[in-house]
Design a binder for this molecule. Structure first.
Ligand code: TRP
Length: 331
């Protein structure tokens, strides 16, 4: 059975972009492959983060994943920093990754441009990601397009390590990217990818009223100035969201009402708020139960970390040995 690894940063509550673009697919995968998922907190301590809220963001992310249907009996779910081998392998991999390749990463170029002083961690971020994946010998990695370059680097790191330390038979498999089926979900601004840091999201756990409030100012077909102008659903992000959340007959009705100017955008948004809230109601209910029982969440993550660590330890024994580190013999 192929093994899949993926990670998500602890941004706090999941939003519908995370869900449509990634997490829903993670849930499907857990019954098809051996799935390992991590809340990657070490990735999020780079430069200017808020230490006071990191723990609760990590916990909330875990709750969101469990509520969305990640099942600890089928998938391994854990917090990255609970398995210290990630950081250890990362260090060992930094020693054979050329600086030039790291500097060429587009995400590094984007992020470093805005900074006066660039933390080395920002540069090494993709090596930690490679360590996450290689530690578990993952064959496939579900990621969005924006991570394709990091995955290619992971493959190169695996190749380079194999060539240096396992020349006869590759030790690390070169992981394949599993591009997520849903195209990237735009935020309520209709412009940029939905992202917590841009404040253009709808949270997975928001209720109908909150969703309605956020949808009201959301961007629609820009050519539709008044209610009486007919609209073009194919250029409207609200219509795209209908396609993700509403049943086919509603989608068809919405398109027809938009083209004929039968409905104004607010009518359309009201129906969308109902549909999103209705679709997500079971997730919201489960999250409520989990929030009321933090011990259950902690137990699930502790178990997850123990399972992950069993695999990670084995990998590291082999890695240390092949890299020539002296290890006392196991008794
Ligand atoms: N860098 C990824 C992102 O921002 C998160 C991540 C960290 C990840 N480690 C990973 C994704 C390993 C896949 C595999 O989305």
């Amino acid at each position: 059975m192929p093994r899949v690894f993926s990670g998500i940063q602890p941004t706090g509550d999941l939003h519908i972009g995370n869900w449509l673009g990634a997490v829903r697919n993670w849930v499907t995968l857990q019954s098809e492959v051996e799935a390992i998922y991590s809340v990657v907190d070490l990735h999020s301590v780079i430069g200017g983060y808020d230490p006071g809220s990191l723990a609760s963001r990590t916990q909330d992310m875990a709750i969101g994943l469990l509520a969305a249907g990640i099942d600890p009996d089928r998938a391994i779910l854990f917090v990255q920093s609970h398995v210290p081998e990630h950081a250890e392998l990362q260090w060992l991999l930094t020693t054979l990754t050329p600086l030039g390749e790291l500097e060429r990463m587009t995400q590094f170029k984007d992020k470093s441009q805005r900074l006066e002083s660039i933390p080395a961690g920002l540069l090494c971020y993709p090596i930690l990601q490679a360590a996450d994946i290689l530690l578990y010998h993952a064959d496939q990695v579900p990621v969005g397009e924006d991570q394709a370059q990091h995955l290619e680097l992971t493959r190169e790191i695996a190749r380079r390590w194999n060539a240096a330390f396992a020349p006869k038979q590759p030790f690390f498999p070169e992981p394949q990217a599993l591009m997520t089926p849903a195209r990237r979900i735009l935020g309520l601004d209709g412009q940029a990818k939905m992202s917590k840091s841009l404040g253009n999201t709808i949270g997975l756990l928001e209720d109908e009223e909150a969703i309605g409030k956020k949808l009201r100012p959301a961007v629609t077909d820009p050519a539709r100035v008044t209610k009486r102008d007919p609209g073009d659903p194919t250029v409207c992000n609200i219509f795209t969201l209908h396609q993700h959340f509403s049943p086919p007959e509603t989608v068809a009705h919405v398109a027809q009402q938009c083209r004929s100017a039968g409905w104004g955008c607010l009518d359309c948004k009201k129906v969308l708020a109902e549909q999103i809230a209705g679709t997500l109601a079971p997730i919201r209910d489960r999250a409520g139960e989990l929030k009321a029982d933090p011990g259950r969440v902690e137990d699930a993550l502790r178990d997850g970390a123990a399972k992950a660590r069993t695999i990670a330890r084995e990998t590291m024994v082999e890695v240390r040995e092949r890299m020539g580190l002296w290890q006392p013999r196991r008794r």
